[in-house]
Design a protein around this ligand. Structure first.
Ligand code: SF4
Length: 437
């Protein structure tokens, strides 16, 4: 048996980089340090449910015919070269290197390119663009933070090692006694498994996050909160919370989709940032979004450095334009505005409204994914790819925007190409078809 050390887990935005993978030849037999989800990511790479050859869907049926990569890439290139406004969507579970080529392909085609932030932390990105954000690294959280707030997120289930590696439990430089040196507050309408581990649980009323944050800011300033109860929380409790936050040396507000995708959306994050800014008058305070896909942060970074916008980027006018609500993937599918679509490293079939996916199933589409998914089932051309971080090296950005190099730990099934290689080949072929080579 061979043990590969210092392996990065390519599943969630925590990007744990201390995994050990135990191999027998090329077979992954076990993992160490991974949570149950991370373990499954490595095991499922070899569980026999992979797509092993490119596929072409027979005219509007559920039947697929196996084809070669050469054929599939040619077909896909023709679809994209012919389209007037193709949609490119996904990117969050592949490497920055692949994302870079993909965005160039979208620009070449005059299409729209969007990542999964548009249905998760897009509102956070909008708010951060508006008012900025006081951030720090997860390493600083581990070593310095004595107050952790989880607001609208449930890391016990979504980011299972987040609390043990970075926030509540690890021993840090200034937090030598681990959880004994920290106070944890969980704000959530439901008494989640994360809430059960909190010192203080705040059962905010569903959709009243903005009101509660506003009242907290009022309390911080020492002004009177007019209402006796705000967002289901009594006034005295809110004042107590404010005083608790002020009494700490270094606070961290982690927030999830319970805040970004409920009433108020980016305004909730806007006021959360203002709350954090207020807190910095009394102590040190930062906030970090609990990013889901392991490289959704990277996709925002790559799009931003290439064209200035972090998601929902529209090249149809010949320059990069950005207007979430109009240029995000689901908006475009829902309005039937794209005449072709390309999906990679995500599964809109499992997350988008049925009406959007019904439109997707009617237009020419290309999907790249290592596994069978609801999206591959309704795509015109399907190409399997290797898995970054398991069978392929690649760069990804952790939720605190620290870039981390993912390792290769096993060989991919023979003949399977990487996302990067498929995109490179597509890019060059589309360029030829458009007469720009
Ligand atoms: Fe992987 Fe996330 Fe689990 Fe860490 S917490 S092992 S990154 S799934």
């Amino acid at each position: 048996l061979q043990v590969v050390t210092d392996v990065v887990c390519p599943f969630c935005g925590t990007l744990c980089d201390d995994l050990k993978i135990i191999k027998d030849g090329n077979t992954i037999v076990d993992t160490m340090n991974a949570c149950v989800i991370g373990n499954e990511k490595f095991k499922s790479a070899q569980d026999g449910h992979r797509i092993m050859t490119p596929l072409e869907r027979d005219d509007n049926s559920a039947e697929f015919t196996p084809v070669s990569y050469d054929y599939a890439i040619e077909k896909a290139a023709q679809i994209l070269a012919k389209a007037k406004r193709p949609l490119f969507y996904g990117w969050s579970s592949t490497s920055c290197e692949a994302q870079e080529v993909g965005n160039e392909l979208a620009e070449l085609c005059g299409g729209v390119t969007d990542n999964t932030a548009s249905v998760c932390h897009g509102p956070s990105v909008l708010a951060i663009q508006t008012v900025g954000a006081p951030c720090c690294t997860l390493g600083e959280v581990k070593n310095r933070a004595d107050l952790i707030i989880y607001w609208g997120c449930n890391p016990v289930h979504a980011h299972p090692r987040h609390m043990s590696r970075y926030s509540i439990y690890p021993r840090g430089f200034f937090t030598e006694r681990g959880f004994k040196d920290r106070t944890t507050i969980v704000v959530d309408p439901r008494p989640t498994d994360t809430a059960k581990q909190a010192d203080v649980y705040v059962p905010v009323e569903q959709g009243k996050d903005y009101e509660l944050l506003d009242a907290l800011r009022t309390a911080l300033r020492g002004e009177k909160i007019e209402q006796e109860v705000v967002g289901g929380i009594p006034r005295e409790k809110i004042v107590e919370l404010g005083e608790l936050c002020k009494s700490k040396k270094f606070g961290l507000l982690f927030f999830g989709m319970g805040v970004t995708q409920t009433t108020g959306k980016h305004r909730n994050i806007d006021i959360a940032i203002s709350f954090v800014a207020d807190m910095n008058k009394y102590t040190k305070f930062n906030l970090i979004a609990m990013r889901g896909h392991y490289n959704v942060s990277g996709s925002g970074q790559v799009m931003s450095w290439q064209s200035g916008f972090p998601f929902a980027m529209d090249f149809s006018r010949g320059y990069a334009r950005y207007n979430p609500g109009e240029t995000a993937a689901n908006d475009i599918l829902a309005r039937g505005e794209c005449d072709a679509a390309f999906v990679i490293a995500s599964d809109p079939g499992a997350h988008f409204p049925v009406s959007s996916m019904k439109y997707y199933a009617r237009i020419p589409t290309v999907c790249i994914d290592p596994h069978y998914t609801p999206t591959t089932g309704v795509s015109s051309i399907v190409m399997p790819s290797t898995i970054v971080g398991v069978e392929e090296e690649g760069t990804a950005y952790r939720m605190d925007n620290v870039p981390i190099r993912c390792r290769k730990v096993a060989d991919a099934p023979e003949g399977i190409l990487s996302d990067h290689e498929i995109l490179e080949r597509l890019y060059h072929r589309v360029k030829e078809l458009k007469g720009e080579a």
